[in-house]
Design a protein around this ligand. Sequence first.
Ligand code: NAP
Length: 294
Amino acid sequence: MKPAVAVLGMGRMGSALARALLQAEYPTIVWNRTREKAELLAADGADVKDSVQHAVDAADAVILNVTDYSVSAALLRNMSVSSILRGKLIVELGSGTPDGAREASEWYVRHGASYLDGAILATPDFIGTEAATILVSGPRKTFDFHSETFLALGGNVQHVGDDPGLANALDAAVLSLMWGALFGTLHSIAVCRAEEIDLGELMQQWTATAPVIEGLVSDLIKRTDAGRFASDDETLGSVSIHYSAFHHLLELMESRHIDRSVVDGYDGIFRRAIAAGHLHDDVAALSQFMDKPA
Ligand code: NAP
């Protein structure tokens, strides 16, 4: 028999999670601070509860998906709810820090519950599909026992380690990559506007160069992992060649009064690496200057 799952938080993501569970025919209990949003799922078969306590009481597993861990803590870590957590699985799927997940795990385990922490690397429209990636960390045995329930939420659910903080740590790493790309795109747009280039043209050039950029990103990760910082026959670009091209961007941004706050950060990393003697090394050498204060 499928376990009863309560989803607390019927925002965009929580509603998608609850819908995926209903689709997979799990007995699904829902609660939301603003009750009307939870009631939208009643037509699909969700059991709408009017308090967190009632929702938790009726469930074998509780999925938390509110804004952040402080909100989750206020909902579950109080006198009236903590006494009914024993024997239940708590899964935090809201965004948080690695230490926040470790601290939550310690608290729930101390109160007799099992705990898994997850990071959703997908938007709500992907939830319940094969393409949804959800990283889960915490005891492997607990994950294995509930893996079928997780698979209802997304086809690419991965257990990434026993340390409950790992899912959030990996999430932060992937989000860094995403924001790098998004802020890079903001620069591209600013340059196009300053030079009166149609954004449709930028779109075309992005499509054409995306595989090249993807190759550079993969190469950077692999070379850093292998510690191959000196230039060699397989080097795609040195610090020197990147820095000289980067200077053209800095000059253009300066002359067109484009905001330099992000690129000045890049400049600082280049300068520290060059001052330390890495001018002719592979661009992967820059990775050694990211974990040091400026
Ligand atoms: P959302 O649509 O803004 O929903 C936020 C939810 O948190 C609502 O259910 C809201 O209740 C609830 N909430 C906020 N403050 C509360 C409080 N003080 N007490 C009780 N409930 C409270 O956000 P979302 O997009 O669903 O995101 C939810 C979580 O999923 C976040 O941690 C987010 O980072 C994560 N996530 C989202 C995405 C995405 O693409 N959306 C992707 C990955 C991860 P009310 O309805 O009553 O306001």
